[in-house]
Design a protein around this ligand. Structure first.
Ligand code: FE2
Ligand code: FE2
Length: 261
């Protein structure tokens, strides 16, 4: 079913959820939405022909459930690329487990974090650093996963990933939402309520207003069909522009904490 016709009530969160399906190219949500988890972690599986790309692999705590979810739609051991928007443990801590199953794994991560990878004691995997100019990863179909730098949102070395085929923008912590005391949803339900779920996180974690403006400028012309953050609900169609307008209008980070006199 096309992503625009999916509803929160249709979803079985214990399963992998198909979000895009065109010949030779699928995107699945393989994240978690455990009861009582205020900030649920999303993980995304992109399958292009016979190649598997796992975006935001996740923490150690969710490795087995993620791997089981992937196995229901694709062989988890066939994943060849891990894409990490930044260095946080809720994204990277499971890297050693993934590499154990595929020593030829490629780990694609902003270049600032390359020097931290030896601390995971991973052997055999290739770390592919994404420079501050970005990078483009060719998939077997000829489409690309474009790694677009979004520094200081929140991490100093941070990227978003645009899938040319689906038009999905995987936005890392940008657009994250928190569900304190309520059941998480995968699709935005009530816009005003959702802004409240995002506000405190963006004000405190994101680096500053200049970084937000640079990010918006770098993505606003892309043919984005959906924006998929690492936490909480994703944005479809017009909601993407609505989010960018909201993000561009609030003070964040250094500008929120130390406003000009
Ligand atoms: Fe983070
Ligand atoms: Fe995060």
């Amino acid at each position: 079913m096309p992503i625009n016709r999916l509803n929160n009530s249709d979803l079985v969160m214990e399963d992998a959820i198909l979000l895009h399906d065109t010949p030779g190219h699928q995107v699945y949500w393989v994240g978690g939405a455990e009861e009582g988890e205020a900030i649920p972690c999303n993980r995304w599986l992109v399958i292009d022909q016979d190649a598997g790309y796992l975006l935001e692999p996740g923490g150690c705590d969710h490795y087995h459930t993620t791997s089981d979810k992937i196995d229901s739609v694709f062989l988890a051991q066939s994943i060849t690329h891990l894409l990490c928007s930044h260095q946080d443990p809720d994204i990277c801590a499971s890297i050693p487990s993934w590499v154990e199953h595929n020593p030829d794994m490629k780990i694609i991560i902003p270049h600032l974090w390359r020097r931290f990878m030896p601390h995971y004691m991973i052997h055999g995997a290739e770390v592919v650093p994404v420079s501050d100019r970005g990078a483009s990863i060719a998939m077997p179909s000829g489409n690309h996963l474009r790694c677009i730098p979004a520094p200081f949102l929140h991490s100093a070395g941070n990227m978003v990933v645009f899938d040319e085929r689906s038009g999905f923008l995987f936005s890392g912590d940008i657009g994250a939402s928190e569900f304190d005391g309520e059941r998480p949803v995968l699709f935005v339900d009530d816009w005003d309520a959702h802004c409240q779920r995002m506000l405190a996180f963006h004000q405190r974690y994101m680096g500053g207003n200049k970084a937000v403006r640079a990010f918006i400028d770098s993505v606003k012309e892309l043919p984005i069909t959906a924006m998929l953050p690492q936490h909480g609900a994703l944005f479809r169609g017009d909601e993407v522009k609505r989010f960018l307008d909201w993000f561009g209008a609030i003070d964040v980070g250094i500008d929120a904490m130390f406003p000009a006199p």
